[in-house]
Design a protein around this ligand. Structure first.
Ligand code: CTP
Length: 228
C-alpha cells in the first residue's frame, strides 16, 4: 500500500506537495491487518501513527516512493495505491537555501524587473502505471483517483491506462470527502466496468467496503488466497 503525499524539494527549506494526510491509506492498512494480511505500507510524510504490526517504509519524494513500491510490488497479492503522488518535481534541487535577494537580482536581469520568477518542472514516474505494466498473473491492483470532473469517466480511463482491477474515485473540494477529511464518499469502478456507489462514511468503514470489493475480485482468480 502507498499512502500520504509526496514532497518534491525546491531547496532545504521549501517543497511542492498537496493536502493529503494519509488517513485513507492508513485506514486500509489497519483493516487489511485486522483481516490477517501481511501489510507493507509505503508512506509519504504524515502525522499519523502507523497501525501496529505494519511493515512501514517511510519515503519523501515520488522518486523514493517509486523505488520502494517497485521493490515490494512483485511479491504481493494486492496493491492499493492511495498516495497522492506529485506528478511533477522541480528539475533542480538547490543544496542551500535560495535567497530572496539572489532571486530578485536574477529576475530583474532576466524578466525586465517585474519581480516574477519561474521554475522548470520535470515529470515524476507514474508509480501505479509501472506496477500495472509489471503486473503478475493473479495480482489485484487497486488505484485511487482524486477528481474535480466526471468521476466515473476519469476512473475508467485510469483503470484502462494503468492496467488496474479497480479504481476508487472521489471528488476533491466537496465537504466531507477526500483530502484531510475523516469521512469519504466515492465510487468504485472495477475491471468488468461495474460501478459501486460508496456513500458518505468514515474512512475506516470505507476501508472495509474497499477491501470487501477487492477480495471479491481476488476470489475470481482460481486457486489463490487473499492477502496484501
Ligand atoms: N499515481 C502514481 N504515481 C504518480 C501519480 C499517480 O502511482 N506519479 C497513482 C495514485 O497513487 C493513484 C492513481 O495513480 O492511485 C491516480 O492518481 P491521480 O493523481 O488521481 O491521477 P493521475 O494519474 O496523476 O492523473 P491526473 O493528475 O491527470 O488526474
Amino acid at each position: 500500500m502507498t499512502a500520504g503525499p509526496t514532497r518534491e524539494a525546491i531547496d532545504p527549506a521549501r517543497f511542492i506537495s498537496n493536502p493529503s494526510t494519509g488517513k485513507m491509506g492508513y485506514a486500509l492498512a489497519a483493516e487489511a491487518l485486522a483481516r490477517g494480511a501481511d501489510v507493507t505500507l509505503i508512506s509519504g510524510p504524515t502525522h499519523l501513527m502507523p497501525p501496529a504490526g505494519v511493515n512501514l517504509v517511510r519515503v519523501t519524494s515520488a522518486d523514493e516512493m517509486f523505488r520502494a513500491a517497485l521493490n515490494q510490488a512483485s511479491g504481493v497479492d494486492l496493491v492499493l495505491k492511495t498516495a497522492a503522488v506529485a506528478d511533477y518535481r522541480p528539475e533542480q534541487r538547490a543544496r542551500s537555501k535560495i535567497k530572496k535577494e539572489a532571486l530578485r537580482r536574477r529576475s530583474v536581469r532576466s524578466r525586465g524587473g517585474d519581480g516574477t520568477i519561474s521554475m522548470r518542472m520535470v515529470p515524476t514516474p507514474d508509480i501505479l502505471e509501472e506496477v500495472g505494466r509489471r503486473k503478475k498473473p493473479g495480482q489485484v491492483l487497486v488505484g485511487f483517483a482524486a477528481e474535480t470532473g466526471d468521476l466515473a469517466a476519469n476512473a475508467l480511463k485510469k483503470l484502462r491506462r494503468k492496467n488496474l482491477d479497480m479504481v476508487v474515485a472521489n471528488r476533491i473540494g466537496a465537504a466531507g470527502e477526500g483530502f484531510e477529511s475523516d469521512t469519504n464518499r466515492a465510487i468504485a469502478v472495477d475491471r468488468h466496468g461495474k460501478h459501486t456507489e460508496l456513500p458518505l462514511m468514515s474512512k475506516s468503514d470505507m476501508a472495509r467496503a474497499i477491501l470487501d470489493l477487492a477480495e471479491r475480485l481476488f476470489e475470481e482468480r482460481p486457486g489463490r488466497r487473499a492477502g496484501a
